[in-house]
Design a protein around this ligand. Structure first.
Ligand code: SAH
Length: 351
């Protein structure tokens, strides 16, 4: 039975399920069974585009750790490390500055754990953040992790706001999963600034991203350390669904391929600083990815790599452009920096 058949059966038996439940279960199944990254997979991420991305993250970590007094032991924690590429490049660069942390991966996918173990046989894996060590500072990195967490959607109807659900449409060609409005009034859950909207308007929140950010902040406050949370998203709340599905590098209907396509949503970066500071961490700033990488020395990395491998120069320059140019990933992707209250500022954030 395919994943879609399971959803059809469930919904036929118990009625529509929330978009949040749909996204959570679809992605759990999707990630558990495969390595979705790279040109042969469904999507590509910054660390898979170029080693420069991870190297600059590693230099950022080594720099704050150095200015925090080089505490030891120290733990490197990556949330959703994918193939382990970012960890390899970051820790390779950090090692040159004497930063050799213990490695912890928060990873739900069995398939990806296996891939990560090839590069990091000594790593410790965690299902969620609860089991992370509490004896030493944490250097936490999450790239394209929050966007995979389930969003909750509310939709405006003639009768008021409702949760957006996934229901069934029975057609001659077979059953289709389609968005429908729930029955329970949800007006009380709508932020006043967004409440006034035409029927059909959608509001999206991500309680799981807020919870993870709060947990990261609490850990930093209690243990020391710093964190970089990198993702694509918006810097102000907005109406509309940003739910999208990628399959073989093409956008598809987010409801058509449960468990077979990567479901993501824009991260709302406007919420996260208040959540983090409310949980005891210091907000170092939020930068656009392009600005951040250039401030960290992307230009110098490009020059060094091109000098070492002149025949690769066009590829290296194209990768840097893709990571940093405004029309590529440079402005859509944001970097949120957090630290323990007594840890230093991080490079790359103008405050
Ligand atoms: N950071 C990597 C991979 C991004 S894909 C990169 O930049 O290439 C998202 C990653 O998060 C995958 O490793 C996926 O298995 C993991 N993931 C998604 N949802 C998760 C969850 N709820 N708990 C733990 N890991 C999750």
């Amino acid at each position: 039975m395919t994943a879609k058949d399971r959803f059809v059966r469930l919904i036929a038996a118990t009625g529509p399920i929330s978009v949040a439940q749909f996204m959570a279960e679809s992605n759990a199944r999707y990630y558990d069974s495969r390595d979705p990254l790279g040109s042969a997979g469904d999507f590509i991420t910054a660390p898979e585009i170029s080693q420069m991305f991870g190297e600059l993250i590693g230099l950022w970590l080594a720099d704050v750790w150095d200015r925090a007094g080089r505490p030891a032991p120290v733990h490197y924690v990556e949330l959703g490390p994918g193939r382990g590429t970012l960890a390899r490049d970051a820790l390779g660069a950090a090692r040159r500055f004497g930063l050799i942390p213990q490695v912890h991966f928060v990873e739900a996918s069995t398939a990806l754990r296996r891939v990560q173990a090839r590069l990091f046989p000594q790593a410790q894996w965690h299902q969620d953040m609860a089991s992370l060590p509490d004896d030493a500072p944490l250097l936490i990195v999450a790239n394209e992790f929050l966007d995979a967490l389930p969003v909750r959607q509310l939709v405006r109807t003639e009768a008021g706001w409702r949760e957006r659900m996934v229901g069934l449409e029975r057609t001659q060609g077979g059953d289709r999963l389609v968005p429908v409005a729930g029955e329970r009034p949800m007006d009380a859950a709508v932020p006043p600034a967004l409440a006034d909207a035409q029927p059909g308007a959608i509001i999206e929140t991500c309680p799981a991203a807020a919870a993870i950010t709060g947990e990261v902040a609490r850990r930093l406050a209690a243990q020391g350390g710093a964190a970089l949370i990198i993702d694509y998203g918006r810097s102000a709340p907005a109406h509309g669904s940003s739910l999208q599905a990628l399959r073989a590098h093409a956008k598809v209907d987010p409801f058509a391929w449960p468990g077979e396509a990567d479901l993501t949503a824009h991260v709302d970066f406007s919420d996260l600083p208040a959540i983090a500071t409310g949980s005891g961490a210091r907000w170092l700033g939020t930068a656009e990815q392009g600005t951040f990488l250039i401030a960290l020395g992307l230009g110098a990395r490009v020059a060094a790599l091109c000098a070492a491998a002149p025949d690769q120069a066009p590829t290296i320059r194209a990768a840097a452009h893709r990571l940093a140019a405004p029309e590529a990933m440079g402005t859509l992707f944001k970097v949120l920096g957090l630290a323990a209250p007594d840890w230093p500022d991080g490079a790359g954030f103008q405050t």
